[in-house]
Structure formats: structure tokens, C-alpha cells
Design a protein around this ligand. Structure first.
Ligand SMILES: *Cc1c(COP(=O)(O)O)cnc(C)c1O
Length: 373
């Protein structure tokens, strides 16, 4: 079986985790502070706040920006569910704008027509690690006095015009689930240049404690337990030290796939947006437009039968059962996102994927394509 993804963890990293376990400070210790400082530096930000998942990071950012019931946030329907759910947590309304066919990111040209008096923010995602059009998004936000949330959960190490993803919005986040470019098992990181946002997020992540000089059992605001443990943080620190190597290995696998797949006429491959370099999160191919969702699904079952784990990145958010039932979304409302979503297959993609396994995936994919001719 060739898995869809697999974490890249070294013995040195395992040892570093054991070192923390030998001590007494398993949470709120020096590793949290160090990981935050390293992440802030990496993303060229003033502040970083470590939390227990990317989803928690999104939730705290939405709260810190004061987004609440009655507010609208413009976002993409082609993403992981969390980038829209975080708006619902605060009873605000996600308003979807369709994506660009070429980049699969939210289409800035479709944002402005969605702006109403209730719009408070734009939440854009660097999908699959490919940077969104931050110049355009920030321009629109400035013109209409909107806040910008940057979901760079899939884009650690990607650059736009030489600037790192995670450095663009009022606040941004990274995520460290095992399929992401850097993993801590579970974890997330909030990045911002705004001290007030950073302080609020830190306090809310730790049961609403005020940080300066207050006691453990004093809670100054509604908080959560969204803390990241020092066990997770030390893994993050060690992974980040290897960032160059991790990025290089990932690029090697990406380039090998691209070389071996580029002459297949029935599929389109991902490529980075203009003036961007992407540290890819997944390797996704798109079937040509003449193919249907049923064709794609039959390919997926064939690949699975042959021991190759593939997935459908992404099902659109508005057509998820919960969103259809709660908000009445129907097929046809965001035609580009839906069409792309019906025709994508995500292939096994991880740093230590061997060339001989890539060859097996490519060969099996070609056989799967022949079956649906
Ligand atoms: C992974 C991911 C998240 C959430 O991260 P978790 O750590 O799994 O909660 C949010 N947004 C996007 C786009 C993601 O891919």
C-alpha cells in the first residue's frame, strides 16, 4: 500500500521529545516560547501564539477581530471545512465567492460584488500551498475597511514576491497536523503584527487568563483550553530547524511527479501562481472537463483496489451535508469550485516517497485513465 501522506520525523526529533518528557514542564514551558519566537521569525511577523490546532487558531483570530452575530465574512468554498466553520463558531455568516480556475484560490474579482454593509472581513486561503492573490485582496480590504484573515494552514514555506505566506493578513495561521509540511502531531500557530490581537489570542487560548501578573485562577475574559504542549512544541522546533531540507525533499517529489505526468493529455497539473513559489501541501491532478464526477470516483476506487491511497481534495464547503441542510446551498451556486472539486484526485505525496513508488502511482493512474476513456 502506498499511503496518501506520511510524516517525516528523524531520530533526533524523537530524542528531543523524550528530553521534554524527562523534565517536569510539559506545558506552558520554554519550548512554547521558543517555538513561537522561531515561527514569528520564519513568517517575518512580530508575534506568534501557539495553539492546539489550526482550527483553534482560526477560531481565536475570528474572536480577536470582534467578528460576531450579524457580521459577514467573505471566503472561499474550495477549502478545508475549518476555514468556514470558524466563522460559524461566532454565529457570523460565511459568504462564499467562487475561485479562479487557474490558481484554485478565491477570485478577487468576485469578492467586491459580495460586500455588503454587514461585511467585516475577508478570509482567504493559500490553497494546497499556492499563495492567494494577496495584493488584490489587501487592496479590496483597504478600500472597504475590512479585516483580512490569512489561512496559510497549507502554505508554510510558500512565498509570494519573496514574502512568506503567513505575513499578509491582519492575522494568519499555520497548522501542524501530520499531513502538513511541518508537524507536531496536532498544533497550530497564530501570526500577527498587532499586539492587541496577539495578547487576546494568547489569553483566550489559556482559559481567559491575563498574562501579566495575574494569578492562575483569575479569568478576565471568556477563554478556552487551546494550549499547545511543550511536547508538541519541541517537535515543531526541531522540524523547523530542518525547514530547508524538508522543503527541498518535498520539491523533489513534486518535480518528479510533474516530470512523469506532464505529457498525459487528459489531466492538468498544479503550478504556482505568478511571482510565487509554493511549498506544496498535496499533489493534486485535475481531469479534463469532459470527465464527470462518476469518472473520477471510478478512478479513485480502481487506485484504491491497486493499493494506492488517493483522495478528493476538496469537496466544496457549501455542498457539505451540514451546509446544505443549514443554509440551503445547492449545486450550481459556485460552478468553478464545483467543477474543479468533481475532477480532482490527490495522489500520495510526502517527503520520503520513493521514485519507484512514484512510478507505480503514475503507471496505475495511466491504467485508471484508460478504463474511463
Ligand atoms: C489543515 C487545515 C486547517 C486546520 O488545521 P487543523 O490543525 O487540522 O485544525 C485549516 N485550514 C486549512 C485550509 C487546512 O488545510
Amino acid at each position: 500500500m502506498i499511503p496518501l501522506s506520511s510524516p517525516d520525523i528523524t531520530n533526533a526529533e524523537r530524542k528531543a521529545v523524550l528530553e521534554v518528557l524527562k523534565g517536569r514542564t510539559l506545558s506552558l514551558g520554554p519550548r512554547l516560547k521558543e517555538f513561537e519566537e522561531r515561527m514569528a521569525k520564519f513568517a517575518k511577523r512580530k508575534y506568534a501564539v501557539g495553539v492546539n490546532s489550526g482550527t483553534s487558531a482560526l477560531h481565536l483570530i475570528v474572536r480577536a477581530l470582534g467578528i460576531q452575530e450579524g457580521d459577514e465574512v467573505i471566503t472561499t468554498p474550495f477549502s478545508f471545512i475549518a476555514s468556514s466553520n470558524c466563522i460559524l463558531y461566532e454565529k457570523a455568516k460565511p459568504v462564499f465567492a467562487d475561485i479562479e480556475e487557474k490558481t484554485l484560490n478565491i477570485d478577487p474579482k468576485k469578492i467586491e460584488e459580495k460586500i455588503t454593509r454587514k461585511t467585516k472581513a475577508i478570509l482567504a486561503v493559500d490553497i494546497f500551498g499556492n499563495p492567494a492573490d494577496w495584493d488584490a485582496i489587501l487592496r479590496i480590504a483597504k478600500k472597504h475597511n475590512l479585516r483580512v484573515i490569512e489561512d496559510s494552514a497549507e502554505a508554510l514555506g510558500s512565498l509570494r514576491k519573496g514574502k512568506p505566506c503567513g505575513s499578509f493578513g491582519d492575522a494568519a495561521l499555520f497548522a501542524f497536523y501530520p499531513n502538513k509540511q511541518v508537524t507536531t502531531g496536532e498544533g497550530g500557530m497564530i501570526l500577527t503584527d498587532n499586539k492587541e490581537i496577539a495578547d487576546l489570542c494568547r489569553s483566550m487560548s489559556n482559559q481567559g487568563r491575563a498574562f501579566e501578573g495575574s494569578s492562575w485562577l483569575e479569568h478576565v475574559r471568556l477563554g478556552y483550553n487551546y494550549r499547545m504542549s511543550d511536547i508538541e512544541c519541541v517537535l515543531g522546533i526541531e522540524q523547523l530547524k530542518r525547514m530547508q531540507e524538508l522543503t527541498k525533499k518535498r520539491k523533489l517529489v513534486f518535480d518528479l511527479y510533474t516530470k512523469k505526468l506532464k505529457s498525459i493529455p487528459q489531466i492538468t497539473l498544479l503550478s504556482a501562481s505568478k511571482e510565487c513559489s509554493a511549498n506544496w501541501f498535496v499533489y493534486v491532478i485535475q481531469l479534463a472537463k469532459r470527465y464527470t464526477r462518476a469518472d473520477r470516483d471510478s478512478m479513485l476506487s480502481f487506485l484504491k483496489e491497486k493499493g494506492i491511497q488517493c483522495s478528493t481534495y476538496f469537496q466544496t464547503i457549501h455542498l457539505q451535508p451540514f451546509y446544505r441542510q443549514s443554509f440551503g446551498y445547492k449545486p450550481g451556486m459556485f460552478p468553478i469550485a464545483e467543477s474543479v472539486s468533481d475532477r480532482t484526485i490527490s495522489l500520495p505525496f510526502f517527503n520520503n516517497l520513493k521514485e519507484k513508488d512514484i512510478d507505480i502511482v503514475v503507471k496505475t493512474l495511466k491504467a485508471a485513465l484508460e478504463r474511463i476513456q
